[in-house]
Design a protein around this ligand. Structure first.
Ligand code: FAD
Length: 334
């Protein structure tokens, strides 16, 4: 009952292309293009050409050149200024607004990431428009589909605002090819707005495993793992045998079994990998909200009535402390 029917065909909006002009806000970190932010480009392409990318920060020309190779972008506007490195919305929003006004864009798209969620409401407020958040499908140039109530209902929203300020769900608009494009580069305007916020520091969890949000395979553990020791003993070998990223339920995170950054769900990350394999997770709606669009869902749970089995394509009823090591061993031998 939780599965959402996904549209199978992209909207054919090319007839509108002449009227539209879309700006995709790209993210960079330490001089490298953040590929997950290319979801905004994929969505922009569905609206029609031309698509312009926007990036700002120090030494950003290299990022702009990298972004210029992304298929489907016609032009990259870049602003070279270290004040935008951390994407603080206080000065990034006025910067973006100046460039939107100069370019006369009809649609502004960014990923529904921490950056996009922080930035775009300010941009919408400065432009006096209503933001359209977390879209999963584009029906037409003014009509968009987005999940509400943790994905339990799907809202189709029509906007008469101009320009339209939109955040896009990454899992619904996978990044396209990062090679093959040849966009032109243009220096943007820099209003050099004051930034009352100072970047102090960040503490990021480091991992050699694939990035959870973009991994093609995810193994996820829940409260059924019982302790951090058991989580660390069972989940990493399973992840390594599959080449998967590790995720966790909120109960596992709150109990200290796994880092906060691994949480999947309504208040964690949205994932839609080819394979989502979970053990000791009951399948609460808030967890399903973050993973139910996975292509294949496999679940191990000792309770045959656990709600996770309602969305699972493959289910194994059994004790995870027995089944997970057994599965890991079999996968290693393959
Ligand atoms: P439980 O529900 O306790 O399930 C544990 C499961 O493990 C059970 O099904 C049990 O049968 C099984 N099990 C136990 N022992 C074994 C064993 N030996 N072998 C096999 N199976 C075993 N949750 C999220 O995950 N992500 C979110 O983003 C999120 N956001 C939330 C936001 C809000 C506003 C609220 C109110 C809640 C949110 N939650 C979220 C919490 C959610 O409601 C659930 O409490 C949580 O997902 C439960 O985690 P769990 O499945 O690991 O634990």
């Amino acid at each position: 009952p939780f599965r959402i029917a996904r549209p199978t065909t992209a909207p054919q909006l090319s007839a509108l292309a002449r009227l539209l002009s879309t700006l995709a806000v790209l993210e960079q970190r330490e001089g490298k293009l953040n590929v997950s932010s290319l979801a905004a480009v994929t969505a922009a392409q569905k609206l029609g050409e031309p698509v312009t990318g926007f990036v700002a920060g120090s030494n950003v020309k290299a990022v702009a050149e990298e972004a210029a190779k992304v298929e489907g972008i016609d032009k990259i506007i870049y602003v070279e200024n270290g004040a935008y490195d951390k994407g603080l919305p206080e000065n990034f929003a006025p910067l973006l607004v100046e460039n939107i006004k100069k370019g006369g864009f009809t649609h502004i798209l960014a990923g529904h990431s921490a950056f996009g969620k922080n930035l775009m409401p300010r941009v919408a407020a400065l432009l006096d428009t209503q933001q359209i958040s977390d879209i999963t499908h584009i029906e037409s140039e003014d009509t968009f589909v987005r999940p509400i109530y943790a994905g339990n209902a799907i809202l189709t929203v029509k906007s008469t605002d101009s320009p339209k300020v939109i955040t896009v769900r990454g899992t619904a608009f996978p990044a396209g090819a990062t090679e093959g494009g040849s966009a032109s580069l243009e220096e943007g305007v820099d209003p050099k707005a004051e930034c009352p916020t100072e970047w102090v520091s960040e503490d990021l969890a480091k991992s050699d495993r694939p990035d959870l949000a973009t991994a093609t395979k995810v193994v996820s553990g829940g409260r059924g793992l019982k302790s951090k020791e058991e989580f660390d003993r069972l989940m990493p070998p399973l992840a390594d045998a599959l080449g998967a990223a590790i995720g966790a339920s909120r109960a596992a995170v709150d109990s200290g079994f796994a880092d906060n950054s691994l949480q999947v769900g309504q208040t964690g990350k949205n994932v839609a990998p080819q394979l989502y394999l979970c053990a000791g997770i009951s399948g609460a709606i808030q967890h399903l909200a973050g993973m139910k669009d996975s292509k294949v869902i496999a679940a191990i749970n000792k309770d045959g009535d656990a709600p996770i089995f309602q969305v699972a394509d493959v289910g194994l009823v059994g004790d995870l402390f027995e089944k997970v090591p057994e599965l890991t061993e079999k996968l290693r031998k393959e």
